[in-house]
Design a binder for this molecule. Structure first.
Ligand code: HEM
Length: 513
């Protein structure tokens, strides 16, 4: 009788493996050949390696930690104002072209490569399709209008007052405060109370040992890897909660927040279906979505509401707290500017502890606006490239025809540091925003920190209200003195979705005097 030996299989398995490897290599070869010679984007300048594979971008962003933003600038100097920076994306370095791509005219989609680095596609932020985005955004817009923010300013005032009182308790002590985290706690409390009528009580907690900075900055670490392959986020999302917690125990706070958003969404949906909805007079984002007559039931599931809550809190906290931290560091570094700012605020706030100024008064102060414009410019908000795609038309840049459906980006930081628009761009100079209305408006066109157009920031009015109220209360109530903190803790060094300074492991710390 014939016996079957393991070795009888060996040639077959080897042949099979080799065959598969050959098919895989051939498909990669074909993809590269297509990208380099046949793809409509192949006519655009740029390094061939970047056109052939996303690993080129990955090297700068994953291995060298968020440095593609600077490499792209270098590539523009070599190849010109429009270049292909990865197999699917064109990048333009021309501040005057920003609002040709980021605007509200015609259909604009987002690129899935970008959105998947932050969101699974269920929230307004992560929506790729133009029409679905319009529908989702329309239900939220009224809630974030200027009128609504002005009406709900007491939420911001109360929390700002609480944080100032807590900071004042450290006056004259040697407690060094991680200001970004303290301000992050404030922003998170504002958003959860303003948007969801839920108190997180982060400012109320004793002490300043906040987990805010490590959590939110840590969240962006996966972003660049997720851009390279969808598998990263799929894997991360499919991990059970306790595994995620084991890998990063600090994430607990966000898990609890996610769970409470889901519970709240379920409660409200149940109340709606039972007709027991109790109107407490404080609108919430969830209620706006549930009440929207235009959104179909599939848009009102608890999971969708939860996704919206998550993205709003993520988008609104690190950004606002970083802009404030940057403003305060630069002001302490420029005592003349701080004195000028205080003199202006004093005209509407003679007793900061007991009678803080109203938002409408603060909005009339030109130097306060100038300081914040400059802080927003130099701190630059979001560093991630957010591509826009015109799905139905050819775009023109100079004599270049950009095929329909192509991902096109400009980088906000390149505009904010363009010396032709902002001379000495690395210098904090609020004075550049003071002057004739016409010149100021011209300059404001280039402040793109909130992006522009249909996909621009949803929370811009809320952000401005927080910035004005918090900065004016802080500078009028105390002196902040940087502690072991230099520009290396503040200046943009890497793009980790949000700006990251060189000394990113150490927070910007301040003593209170
Ligand atoms: C200084 C503070 C802020 C800055 C610099 C900022 C910046 C931005 C930028 C650049 C975008 C566009 C991103 C993209 O193109 O993909 C954006 C979108 C968004 N922001 Fe803000 N943001 C700030 C505050 C806020 C606040 C306070 C909230 C909410 C409470 C918020 C909620 C959102 C949402 C939901 C989106 C997505 C909008 C959409 O896709 O329709 N942001 N933000």
């Amino acid at each position: 009788m014939m016996t079957l030996q393991t070795s009888d299989f060996t040639p077959t398995l080897t042949t099979l493996s080799l065959g598969l490897a050959a098919i895989w290599a051939a498909s990669i070869f074909a993809t590269v050949v297509y990208r380099l010679f046949l793809d409509p984007l192949s006519k655009f300048p740029g390094p061939k390696l970047a056109a052939a594979t996303s690993l080129y971008e990955g090297y700068y962003d994953v291995i060298k930690r968020g440095k593609y933003i600077h490499k792209i600038e270098e590539l523009h100097q070599r190849y010109g104002p429009i270049i292909r920076i990865n197999p699917h994306e064109l990048h333009i370095y021309d501040s005057n072209f920003y609002d040709h791509v980021y605007n509200g005219k015609g259909k604009w989609e987002k690129s899935p490569e970008y959105t998947r680095s932050i969101d699974s596609g269920t929230s307004v932020f992560g929506t790729v399709d133009h029409d679905l985005h319009r529908l989702r955004r329309a239900s939220l817009n009224p809630f974030f209008s200027k009128q609504k923010v002005t009406a709900l300013q007491s939420v911001i005032q109360d929390l700002s007052g609480k944080l100032c009182t807590k900071l004042e308790a450290c006056k004259g002590t040697d407690t060094a405060i991680d200001l970004e985290s303290a301000l992050g706690d404030f922003s998170m409390d504002v958003i959860s109370e303003y948007c969801f009528d839920t108190k997180m009580g982060r400012v109320d907690r004793p002490g300043f040992s906040s987990d805010f900075r490590s959590i939110f900055r840590g969240l962006t670490e996966l972003g660049h890897m997720a851009k390279l392959t969808p598998l990263v986020m799929m894997l991360f999302d499919s991990l059970p909660d306790n595994v995620v917690l084991f890998l990063n125990p600090r994430i607990k706070m966000l898990q609890e927040y996610d769970a409470s958003c889901l519970a709240l969404a379920k409660r409200l949906l149940r109340a709606e279906s039972e007709g027991s909805w109790e109107d407490k007079g404080h609108p919430t984002v969830f209620r706006e979505i549930i009440a929207s007559a235009d959104l179909p039931p599939s848009e009102k599931t608890p999971e969708r509401l939860q996704a919206e809550a998550k993205v709003i809190i993520n988008a609104g906290t690190v950004t606002t707290s970083w802009a404030l931290t940057s403003a305060l560091w630069h002001l302490t570094d420029n005592p003349d500017q701080l004195a000028k700012l205080r003199a202006e605020i004093r005209t509407v706030m003679s007793d900061p502890r007991h009678k803080p100024a109203r938002l409408q008064q603060l909005e009339q102060l030109p130097y306060l606006t100038a300081v914040l414009n400059e802080a927003l410019r130099i701190s630059t908000g979001v560093t991630a490239r957010s591509a826009r795609i015109a799905p139905d038309r050819i775009l023109m840049y100079d004599n270049w025809e950009i095929p329909r459906g192509t991902a096109v980006t400009l980088t906000a930081a390149h505009v904010h540091f363009d010396p032709a628009i902002f001379p000495n761009p690395k210098v904090f100079n609020p004075e550049r925003w003071v002057g004739e209305a016409e010149a100021r408006q011209r300059l404001e066109r280039y402040l793109v920190v909130f992006s522009k157009g249909t996909r621009g920031c949803l929370g811009i009015n809320l952000a401005w209200a927080e910035l004005r109220i918090m900065l004016s209360n802080l500078v009028m109530r105390m002196d902040l003195v940087p502690f072991e903190t230099t520009k290396d803790n503040i200046e943009l060094y890497s793009d980790m979705v949000v700006p990251e300074p060189k000394n990113y492991q150490e927070p910007a710390q301040f003593l209170i005097r």
